[in-house]
Design a protein around this ligand. Sequence first.
Ligand code: HEM
Length: 379
Amino acid sequence: MAGSERTPLGRRRFLGYVGSAAAGAAAGSAGGAAWASARDPEPAPPAVPTTSEAVLSPYGPHQPGIAAPAPRVTEVVALDLLPHVDRDALGRLLRAWTGDVEALTTGRPTPGDTEPWLAEAAGVTVTVGLGPGALAAATVEGPWGFGPVPPMRHDRLQERWSGGDLVLVVGAPEGTTAAHAVRQLVRDASPFARQRWRQTGSWNGVDRAGRPVTGRNLFGQVDGTGNPAPGSDLFDRTVWVREPRWAGGTTLVVRRITMDLDLWATLTREEQERAVGRRLDDGARMHPMPPRAHALRARPAQNGGARIFRKGANYSTGEDSGLVFMSFQASVEGQFVPVQTALDQEDALNEWTTALGSAVFAVLPGFDEGDWLGSTLLS
Ligand code: HEM
C-alpha cells in the first residue's frame, strides 16, 4: 500500500516511488524531473507538480480522465458483451467497475487483486463508455447525435481495430500501473464481456524541468494547441452532453491512425510545416496558412463552427507507428463527423496518415460517492 512506503525513504529510493500518491504528496514532488534527479546526489530542484500524476478524485459530474492532462501512458480497451448480457447484467458490470475505478484511482487494490503491490500509483484515471451494442442490449438511447462515423475515402479500416460494445480508457504515469489496472478491469468484466481490441500509446506532456507542455506526436509536431482549454466555457460547451440522462457525459471517437514516418522523413522542414500550417519548433501558426494545411482545414471556422477536443497517444509497434487518436465532443454527428469529412476531402496530411481503426462510444456521466457509473441511465 502507498501509505506503508511513506517514510523513511532515502532520496534515491523515494524517487523510485514517484508514482506513489502518499510519497508524491508528502514531498510536493513530481515525476517529471525524477529521472534526472535520481542520478544526481544534489537535492532535487523545486518540484513542479506534473498534473498528470496528481490523484484525481473519481467523483464528480464528469469522469475525470477526460479533462485531465494527457497521461504518459494510455491504454484503450474495447470489449464485446457476451450474448446473454441485458440491461440488468450491464448494470451489474458497471457497479463492479465503479468499485474498481474508485480503488484504482486512489491507489488501492481492487477486490480480488492478486498483485496488490501494483495498485499503489497515483495519477490513474479510468474512463468508461458504451458502444452502440451495449446501448442496444440495455435498451438505452445514446445522447443526441450519437451515431457511427461514416466510411471515409482515405480509411483502410481493419476489423481488429474497430468497433466494440464497451470502452475503457486507462491513463497512468507509467506502463506497469496501466497494464495492472487494465487487467483488473478486464478480469472483473469477464462474466459479461471479452476484450475485443487493445491499443496502447504514450504522451510526453512535460519538458525536462517537469513543466507541463502540449507534447508532440511522432511526426515531431506540437499537437493539441488548437484544443479548447479544459475548464473553459468553450471546453464545457464542446465536450459535455447537456440532455438530462446523459448530462455530464460525452462521446468518444477512437481512430487508430498509422503514420508513414519514413516518407515523412524525406520531406524538407518547410514541406512538413506547410502540410499542417504550423511551425515545427513551437507549433505556432503559419501566416498565411497553405490552403490544404491540416490545421486550417480542421478549424471550426472552416467547418460551420464544429469543434472537437482531441487527445492522442503515440504508438509504435513492430508493425507500424502512429496515433491512437481520441476525440471527445458532445455530439459525434454534429461535431466530429463534419470535421472528419472535411479532412477526408482535402487535407495535405492524408498523404502520410491513414486510419486503420474506428470506434464510437457514449461516455458515461461521472458519479458521486455511493452512486455508480451509469446509474442515471440504467436504474
Ligand atoms: C495522425 C493523424 C493526425 C495528426 C498527425 C494531426 C496533427 C495535428 C497537428 C500537428 C495540429 C496542429 C496543432 C494543434 O492545433 O493541435 C492539428 C490540429 C488539429 N487537428 Fe489534427 N492531426 C491528426 C488527425 C486529426 C483528425 C483525425 C482530426 C479530426 C477528425 C483532427 C483534427 C484537428 C483539429 C480540429 C485541429 C485544430 C485546428 C484548429 O482549430 O487550429 N486531426 N492536428
